[in-house]
Design a protein. Structure first.
Length: 157
C-alpha cells in the first residue's frame, strides 16, 4: 500500500482553489459531488492514471506549499494519525458506513486517534514526508477498503 511519487511539475490535470468548510454536513455517501479537496493547489496525479514506477494512482496528489493547512473533507473520527512507510505522516478519517479519507505526506499531524472532526477542520500541514521529492498532499477516498476516484466526489473551484 505505497502511494506513488508525484509526477513531474508540468503535468497538472486540475487546479483547486477552495477547501472544505463547516457548511457541509450529512451522511458521507450523500455528499458525492459536493466535497471539496482538502488543500488548495494543482492536482498533478490523477486516480487510475499510470505512474512512473508501474501500477496506477490510487488517489490524487495535490501540489501545495510546505506548511499549507490540510482540511478534513467531511465529518468523522480520526482512526490513524502517525508515520507510515511510503505515506509519511498520515491521517485516516472514518466517515462511517465504511467510507475513509486518507491524507498523506504531511509535515505535521494536528489531530489524534479518537478525535471527532467536522468538515473543514484543520487536521495536518502539507509536507514532503514519506520519501517525496516535492511538497504536496497525497489524498485517497475508500469504500470498504477499495480506493475510488476522489475527483468524481469533489467540486473543484
Amino acid at each position: 500500500m505505497r502511494p506513488p511519487p508525484p509526477p513531474p511539475p508540468d503535468t497538472a490535470v486540475a487546479r483547486n482553489d477552495d477547501v472544505p468548510d463547516a457548511s457541509l454536513s450529512g451522511q458521507f455517501e450523500k455528499l458525492r459531488g459536493r466535497l471539496r479537496l482538502p488543500v488548495r493547489g494543482d492536482v498533478v496525479g490523477r486516480f487510475g492514471s499510470p505512474r512512473g514506477e508501474g501500477g496506477s494512482w490510487r488517489g490524487v496528489f495535490i501540489r501545495a506549499g510546505e506548511g499549507t493547512t490540510v482540511h478534513a473533507v467531511a465529518a468523522g473520527k480520526v482512526v490513524f494519525a502517525d508515520w507510515l512507510r511510503g505515506f509519511g505522516n498520515l491521517v485516516i478519517v472514518d466517515h462511517g458506513s465504511q467510507y475513509l479519507s486518507i491524507y498523506g505526506n504531511n509535515q505535521s499531524i494536528l489531530k489524534h486517534v479518537g478525535d471527532s472532526i467536522s468538515s473543514g477542520d484543520v487536521i495536518a500541514n502539507v509536507g514532503a514526508t514519506g520519501g517525496q521529492s516535492e511538497s504536496g498532499l497525497y489524498f485517497e477516498l475508500r469504500f470498504r477498503g477499495a480506493p475510488f476516484d476522489p475527483l468524481k466526489w469533489t467540486a473543484l473551484r
